[in-house]
Design a protein around this ligand. Sequence first.
Ligand SMILES: C[S@@+](CC[C@H](N)C(=O)[O-])C[C@H]1O[C@@H](n2cnc3c(N)ncnc32)[C@H](O)[C@@H]1O
Length: 272
Amino acid sequence: MQLRARLAGACAALLAATCAAAPVEDVPFVTTPDNVTLAMLTIAKVTPDDYVIDLGSGDGRIVITAAKRFGARGLGVEIVPELVERSRAAAAQMGVGSRAHFREQDLLKTDLSPANVITMYLLPDVNLQLRPRLLQLRPGTRVVSHDWDMGDWEPDKTVTLDVPDKPVGLEKKSKVHLWIVPARVEGLWCGVGKWKGKQLAVAQSYQKFRAELTEADGTRGFEGKVESNIMRSKAGVTITAESTSLKATYTSGKYSALRNATFARARGTNCK
Ligand SMILES: C[S@@+](CC[C@H](N)C(=O)[O-])C[C@H]1O[C@@H](n2cnc3c(N)ncnc32)[C@H](O)[C@@H]1O
């Protein structure tokens, strides 16, 4: 009896070790058809200066196409070892082995910071898990997703394509969504130099912002869109977000006097 109990314990431990070592796919392997791959890389305006990371790279087609057709460099991260091997072989065969790299890695643990383009064909809940990390990327980073959106982070652009050879779904169509990571401008900003005494309180929801400008004679507000690191408002103010400051780079009408006004992030809860 004692021996049986010990054997059962040993078997359970072995099973647990095997399970822990096996790759766990958060998304099944389904390929993005070629016309959708091209649309994803085109909507992201991929150039030879770009570094593309495909999260869950399958057979490597997106990174290989980015290298072959758009001249970019890229990395595919994939949890299934055979797919990584297959991708490396395909990249070598297509003559882009030096620019298209593949790594066996969990996409949820991948450093995304080297990318200026991220591509994904995952699932809605995985997109949502990635969303906070995508929003921390450099302003201007393009994120492209095949079919699935990002919850209440609305895409900057969506196109719908006919995909007669789509391997899944009844409707033979695909959506391609593009997001451009906005600068993080939320918070209180204090005028510096000759602008001391003015303050800008900015509320932000993804690409949308509302700013309240307070000067000696009162407060007025304007709203608009954060496009990469540029805050554009139809009210006649364009503000450029630099690494540690906001600068009014274009002003007109009632905001004319604000031209070149520079604001630094408040150190505390006010500008004193
Ligand atoms: C729908 S397929 C997309 C493949 C490829 N990106 C394409 O568009 O053709 C998703 C891929 O993600 C991989 N995958 C799933 N979970 C993963 C994880 N946690 N880390 C890395 N890859 C994963 C799957 O093995 C599969 O190859």
